[in-house]
Design a protein around this ligand. Structure first.
Ligand code: NAG
Ligand code: NAG
Ligand code: NAG
Ligand code: NAG
Length: 266
């Protein structure tokens, strides 16, 4: 009995000390010490460290300004404006949008994380096996001469999504440390397939709803090409939102080992 009591107290002490550590890390605005630091420009090490953070903290990590990535809200957007493919024409607006799947991202390549982050464009390359996007939609238009005026729920699965983010940053000095501000983030995105389902397109006619969804899925590449610019601007704001808070909270200098420092493994 006594033994159990002690171990429970120990556990409480342990938990409290972790919380304190997080709090202190947060106050000091340095990289929490359980995150592996690398040398400037050591791409292999930086990729490993980024992937470890993505894997271990899908719900985010406030101590380093990282928001949850397993559940990413996005701003309302008018995605589909005057897209016309195969007799289908619609205006499409999305709201209450959320993305799932960023937590399964793998960073595959980076560029430009050297001592001087402004020396060249920074690049982050990665892959997401399946990015699920859900939202409510409003659609107006015409489909094979039939008027379309619908609202409902939209679900998309962007399969094998590969991305390259090109970032341009400017340093801002606080306490003699460089904090990076993103002034441009350009995403390039490829997918292997887009599976989409829009429910209640024709509330009175389920067959027509299914047929139109089949047309969208059979012609997904044409629709993707049509919509890509709109999606890229959504991706740009999502990725900017993910990265800018980290850059704001942790100085670029504190993300890396000092020259006289060696890595400590926790
Ligand atoms: C992320 O990966 C896990 C494990 O493979 C899987 O269970 C989950 O469905 C994936 N999430 C998404 C949104 O695909
Ligand atoms: C679409 O439907 C909404 C309500 O369901 C209605 O207020 C609106 O006037 C309709 N628009 C068109 C173009 O028919
Ligand atoms: C997308 O695919 C094109 C052609 O297959 C390729 O050149 C490009 O590098 C790919 N981009 C990404 C982000 O994977
Ligand atoms: C390492 O260098 C930093 C300055 O770059 C200095 O503040 C710190 O005291 C040095 N630490 C050791 C152990 O020499």
């Amino acid at each position: 009995m006594v033994h159990i009591q002690v171990s429970r107290n120990m556990r409480i002490v342990f938990v409290v000390s972790i919380i304190l550590q997080l709090f202190i890390a947060c106050k000091c605005q340095t990289l929490p010490n359980f995150i592996k630091k690398c040398r400037f420009g050591d791409s292999k090490c930086i990729i490993e460290s980024m992937n470890a953070v993505i894997k271990r903290y899908p719900r985010g990590l406030a101590a380093m300004g990282m928001k949850p990535i397993d559940n990413v809200d996005i701003k309302d957007s008018e995605i589909w404006n005057n897209a016309e493919v195969g007799g289908v024409w619609f205006k499409f607006k999305l709201f209450n949008q959320v993305n799932y799947g960023f937590e399964n991202a793998t960073i595959t390549r980076i560029k430009g994380f050297g001592r001087d982050p402004t020396a060249s464009t920074m690049e982050i390359h990665g892959r997401i096996p399946s990015l699920i996007h859900k939202g409510s939609y409003i659609a107006n238009g015409r489909v094979w001469l039939i008027a379309l005026n619908a609202t409902g729920e939209s679900t998309s699965d962007f399969q094998n999504l590969r991305f390259v983010l090109k970032l341009k940053v400017i340093p801002e000095y606080r306490n003699n440390k460089r904090y990076l501000k993103i002034y441009e983030l350009v995403p390039i995105v490829n997918i292997s397939r887009w599976i989409v389902w829009l429910d209640t397109l024709f509330p009175e006619n389920m067959d027509l709803t299914i047929t139109l969804n089949e047309v969208l899925n059979a012609n997904w590449l044409e629709f993707w090409n049509e919509l890509e610019p709109a999606f890229l601007s959504v991706f740009s704001s999502v990725f900017t939102g993910m990265i800018e808070d980290i850059f704001h909270k942790i100085s670029y200098d504190d993300m890396f080992l000092k020259d006289n420092e060696t890595e400590i493994n926790y």
